[in-house]
Design a protein around this ligand. Structure first.
Ligand SMILES: [Mg+2]
Length: 380
């Protein structure tokens, strides 16, 4: 199997309602979808979500990196048969991007597209490489930033549809009151987590966490900015609330340093952030092996492509503490697949069994929602 052509789509799909947190506000999806085509015209789709504050990538650097660094090194080369995720991912070169932590959104998009194509060529599902250990995945609700009254309204809605795992964005003046109000609206049974997106300094983190710990907090995500693992380890000792790392965990070196410093209780593994399925699986297994819990996270505004990949990973891990994503048209004005990936009542969603990633992407929707389209061939 050889790859002969690729198309890059820079998407801008409006959100039904804007989503905000302490590091910014989003009103539309700005992911990049990659379609690859092989020598017998099989197609595969992948997606990456460039975030300047996560991996250091932007839509522009991602298009450029895919076109100039990654694609020229895979086009017209023999793709290994897709029966081992690790060997398959090794087919993609390790690349670097000046000024970025790692070009992981680019790598994830291409990895997923090539994997989807290779599996579809032989009509096999991704489960052939990542056998599921559970037949349903249960998703969390995520409460966006904004006025406390709106957070409470969202908490009540989530309680009404039976979501058990809820995360609320923090990192504001009113954090303690916000968390108390959300806990009150959710009731005592729900599992509640916080995500500060790196907004706190050490003292503020300790102050808020010690003030809300009695409300029953399952974990706090990224309380401090990406930086010193020793400082994070000190915070972990200073608060009873379990620590989850997100922005601090991008590369394999990050994972190793965090584990060695005993700086976290949970890893938030996200496929775009961690450079694809192979990288995400490796980070997850490293965490589980070290006795940490794993959350399979998502990127706000991702389409069904990344949601499908996340579903497979969450179904396949030996243990998974929390799962996020698969919001589909709860967030996007339109999603890109024939099948809906949106979670249902109580946050449940079935595993995907179709060929490749298990969804059929509607190319016409990509074209209609794209603000830029680039065609790549063997000639470049
Ligand atoms: Mg986060």
């Amino acid at each position: 199997m050889k790859l002969l052509a690729a198309t890059l789509y820079a998407l801008r799909i409006p959100f039904v309602e804007s989503f905000s947190h302490s590091a910014g506000e989003r009103r539309w999806s700005d992911s990049v979808v990659v379609r690859v085509r092989d020598d017998v015209a099989t197609e595969g789709y992948g997606e990456g979500t460039p975030r300047p504050y996560v991996t250091g990538e932007t839509v522009e650097t991602m298009l450029d990196h895919l076109a100039k660094e990654l694609w020229p090194r895979v086009v017209d080369r023999e793709v290994p048969s897709a029966d081992d995720l690790e060997a398959f991912a090794a087919f993609l070169p390790e690349t670097h991007l000046a000024g970025a932590i790692a070009p992981h959104a680019s790598r994830a998009a291409l990895e997923l597209a090539v994997l989807d194509c290779a599996l579809r060529r032989t009509m096999r599902p991704l489960a052939a490489l990542l056998p599921p250990r559970r037949n349903r995945v249960t998703y969390s609700g995520v409460i966006t930033a904004g006025p406390v009254a709106r957070a409470v309204k969202h908490a009540r809605q989530m309680r009404a549809i039976g979501l058990h795992d809820i995360k609320v964005k923090v990192g504001f003046e009113d954090d303690v009151a916000r968390v108390a109000a959300v806990r009150e609206a959710l009731g005592p049974e729900a599992s509640l987590r916080l995500d500060a997106n790196g907004a706190w300094r050490f003292d503020r983190a300790g102050e808020v966490l010690n003030a809300v710990a009695h409300l029953g907090i399952a974990a706090v995500e990224q309380p401090l900015p990406r930086g010193s693992v020793e400082e994070l380890a000190r915070l972990r000792q200073a608060t009873p609330v379990p620590i989850m790392v997100d922005e601090s965990l991008v590369t394999r070196a990050d994972a190793e340093a965090l584990i060695a410093a005993r700086a976290a209780d949970f890893f938030n593994v996200r496929i775009s952030k961690c450079g694809g399925l192979a990288g995400s699986l490796a980070a997850s297994l490293a965490a589980l092996h070290a006795g940490l819990g794993v959350q399979v996270g998502s990127q706000v505004g991702e389409t069904a492509i990344l949601s499908a990949a996340g579903r497979h990973l969450a179904a396949a891990l030996p243990a998974v503490a929390f799962v996020e994503g698969s919001f589909g048209t709860l967030l996007l004005a339109e999603d890109v697949s024939v099948e809906s990936v949106r979670f249902g009542h109580r946050g449940g969603a079935p595993i995907l069994t179709g060929p490749g990633l298990g969804i059929r992407v509607v190319e016409e929707r990509l074209r209609r929602r794209a603000v830029a389209v680039r065609e790549l061939t063997a000639e470049g």
